[in-house]
Ligand binder design. Structure first.
Ligand SMILES: [Zn+2]
Ligand SMILES: [Zn+2]
Length: 202
């Protein structure tokens, strides 16, 4: 068995994967097809191809499986190292290594927006998530509570929160640093969305 899937084979499979989701697509890469189908054709996340990172792992597992089956009648089969082929060993046993990318639900957290028309209070999506509002929100980030956010110097990792409608202190979690790199003033190298930027896939 080769030590890895060749780039030529991988890109051929990738193109095939694109066509399975959109038979008229001219995209060569799943990530481009994902963006196109999601933003231009209103496909749901379930109906777009996997990310390139997830597809790579899936292809590895497929090769691994085929290699095992191919040796079914061999007396002393040479089993490749599963950890090289899309599997990872957890305390509960071997599990698929789904992707090298961070979980979308975590990295897309910063895309939360609200649609408050009468001020951002306890029912505001951003308030609930402990995030200040941005230009994506109906309030355009101009609501009063945003002003109470101050980002401290990065070394101290401190964020001053705000009080919500019930008077509870909110937004003091470190997650705010991800999104609010520069609510007040700006730091070099930190954009409006903090240090992480928008999710690379969407
Ligand atoms: Zn709001
Ligand atoms: Zn707001």
């Amino acid at each position: 068995m080769p030590s890895e899937v060749s780039e030529g084979s991988r890109s051929l499979i990738e193109r095939f994967g694109v066509l399975m989701y959109d038979r008229t697509s001219e995209c060569m890469e799943v990530n481009n097809a994902r963006e196109h189908l999601f933003s231009q054709k209103s496909r749901t996340l379930e109906n777009i191809p996997p990310t390139q990172a997830a597809l790579k792992e899936h292809i590895k597992r497929t090769c691994f499986q085929a290699n095992l089956w191919n040796q079914l009648l061999v007396l002393d089969p040479k089993i490749p190292e599963a950890s090289d082929w899309g599997w990872t060993k957890e305390s509960t046993g071997w599990q698929p290594f789904w992707t090298a990318l961070p979980e979308a639900s975590k990295s897309c957290h910063e895309l939360i927006q609200c649609n408050c028309q009468k001020g951002c209070t306890g029912r505001c999506t951003c308030v609930k998530a402990g995030l200040a509002c941005t230009e994506l929100c109906f309030c355009s980030g101009d609501c009063v509570r945003v002003q109470s956010f101050t980002i401290a110097v990065p070394e101290s990792r401190e964020v001053q929160g705000y009080q919500d409608a019930e008077g509870n202190m909110r937004g003091t979690g470190s997650e705010n640093l991800l999104r609010r790199g520069s609510v007040e003033g700006s730091q070099p190298g930190v954009n409006r969305w903090g240090t992480r930027g928008l999710h690379p896939i969407l």
